[in-house]
Design a binder for this molecule. Structure first.
Ligand SMILES: [Zn+2]
Length: 227
């Protein structure tokens, strides 16, 4: 499945990225989309934000009551989501909703405080037009760092530092991978960041073929962790 992490606590669910398959995955693993209060998006690639189209479409179409929704992400998130919605479901964006939808722009280096949650992004380095961010979230007394998709940039030190959980991309073996994270480049910096736990995600084919040799835990579809 595409990138989508459901951070579940008593007050509800925060999603970290919402890739194209997110709604399918939530149905399969029993995550109730109506309990989601905030969705934080790392960058504007379909495997990280495309699922918003289907999530919003379903919530609007069936007109069921659900909690209001905050979408937090890069500056062009709303523009790109409207375009994607219009491409997949013409007229879908204008359909009447039974809930409030609010967009919040995340700015690198600035902490955004939302109900029960704060988000501090740093600028990542990924591909053109994706406005990539790495995110540090604090919620329910826990800190979670997420690299999104990015080659190594020193700002990522801040994302992972002493985090209860660092979710890190590991796309390729080795240390040099333009625009994506190389596992070796990440491993070299883990001792500087000292996260309490690490979870690797977004593995490319070379790493997937040799995953038994990777010492760090690797995310799998449906995996549950308690922090
Ligand atoms: Zn990407």
């Amino acid at each position: 499945m595409n990138a989508c992490f459901a951070l579940t606590e008593a007050g509800g669910i925060t999603l970290l990225d919402c890739g194209a398959t997110a709604l399918v995955a939530m149905r399969r693993w029993g995550v109730d989309p109506d309990r989601i209060g905030t969705i934080a998006i790392s960058h504007l690639h379909g495997d990280h934000f495309g699922g918003l189209v289907f999530l919003l479409r379903e919530a609007t179409l069936f007109r069921r009551p659900r909690r209001d929704l905050i979408l937090a992400g890069p500056p062009s998130l709303q523009l790109r989501l409207e375009a994607a919605m219009e491409a997949f479901f013409p007229g879908g964006w204008a359909a009447q909703r039974q809930f409030d939808l609010r967009f919040v722009i995340l700015q690198p280096g600035e902490t955004t405080h939302l109900p029960g949650l704060s988000i501090r992004p740093v600028k990542a380095f990924h591909t053109r037009g994706t406005e990539a961010l790495a995110l540090r979230l604090d919620l329910a007394g826990r800190s979670i760092g997420y690299t999104g998709d990015s080659e190594w940039v020193d700002g990522l030190l801040e994302i992972g530092r002493d985090a209860d959980l660092l979710i890190a991309e590991a796309w390729m073996p080795g240390t040099a991978t333009p625009r994506h994270m190389a596992l070796g480049a990440l491993q070299q910096r883990l001792s500087l960041m000292r996260p309490k736990r690490v979870l690797l995600t977004h593995l490319g084919t070379a790493l997937l073929a040799d995953r038994a040799a990777i010492p760090e835990p690797v995310a799998e579809d449906g995996l549950e962790l308690s922090l």
